[in-house]
Design a protein around this ligand. Structure first.
Ligand code: SF4
Ligand code: SF4
Length: 289
């Protein structure tokens, strides 16, 4: 399918035997997972879980740590597209494949478990046609021998399963990020080679929300963008407001979709800062970027 970009982003297992069929929300699956099932925790012993920006916010809030501390201890970065934007995955236990959040009693972050864990054994397929500027969701089923949930006597539609697993909210808050990824992937070479700064900015605004907040507080931001006091206060207090603002800033920086007002002399100040940076690097012998 040359004109369709498919992102199978929500299966916790890289080599998952996803059935070739795709389904809509009305499709009925037979599945139940519970604590007394013989395979309890089997799916958490060999993980490959991509995190959405909203997953990171939920988990770092659950653990009471900053996004930076969370990323360092619990994640590992990877390339979402070759030589391009990065994603982050849950880092397994040292020297093993099990999830760091797994305990004998089950998931220690269950109320805030990631999107991929909620979806399993359903896979979300985000698709975007070359001639359309919106994404479509459809679903696939992951069947793995170790997962006995498929043998349980319960039928449920995928739509009901999504509601049961709290995925309506997770998908709503993960959608902008998914669209960005599809946009970068489907733009391909037409957006040119993304600069190191753009890629770093994508990572910051998507995944490291507390450091992004520091950027919003910085004089560099203030000299370049205009935001009103109410918006600024909201961004300094609310992770979700920052998440949405980050999406707008990425689109502005990477795709020239301008929705944030720039100061009239932003360009002169940028040149001034670069000149200043060059002078400092000349003086101290650092390589200017
Ligand atoms: S986050 Fe929880 S549900 Fe997901 S793999 Fe880890 S232990 Fe399992
Ligand atoms: S039924 Fe499947 S999802 Fe549930 S614990 Fe077993 S392997 Fe994991």
């Amino acid at each position: 399918m040359a004109d369709v970009d498919i992102n199978v982003g929500e299966s916790p297992f890289q080599a998952s035997p996803v059935t070739p069929e795709t389904f809509d929300e009305d499709h009925v699956i037979r599945f139940r997972c519970h604590k007394d099932i013989e395979c309890f925790n089997a799916c958490c012993r060999n993980i490959d879980i991509t995190l959405t920006p909203y997953d990171i916010i939920r988990l770092k809030q659950h653990l009471g740590i900053t996004s930076g501390a969370f990323l360092k201890k619990y994640t590992v970065p990877f390339e979402l597209a070759a030589n391009s934007i990065a994603g982050v995955k849950v880092r397994p236990v040292e020297g093993g494949t099990a999830c760091q959040f797994m305990t004998d009693e089950g998931c220690s972050v269950y109320e805030d478990r990631p999107t991929a864990c909620r979806y399993y054994p359903v896979g979300l397929l985000s698709m975007r046609r070359a001639d359309e500027n919106f994404d479509r969701a459809s679903y696939a089923l992951v069947r793995e021998d170790h997962c006995k949930g498929h043998l349980e006597d319960r039928e449920i539609t995928i739509g009901e399963y999504r509601k049961e697993q709290g995925l309506v909210e997770y998908d709503e808050l993960g959608r902008a990020w998914r669209q960005l990824i599809l946009k970068v992937k489907s733009a391909g070479p037409s957006i040119g080679k993304l600069s190191k700064t753009s890629l770093q900015f994508f990572f910051l605004a998507c995944y490291d929300v507390d450091r992004f907040r520091e950027f919003i507080k910085s004089s560099g931001f203030e000299q370049s963008f205009v935001i009103d006091d109410a918006t600024r206060s909201e961004l300094l207090e609310d992770d979700l407001a920052l998440l949405r603002f980050g999406d707008r800033m990425i689109r502005q920086v990477m795709f020239a979709e301008e929705t944030i007002e720039k100061t009239s002399d932003a360009y002169e100040k940028l040149v001034g800062r670069r000149t200043e940076a060059r002078k400092i690097s000349e003086e101290f012998g650092d390589e200017p970027e």
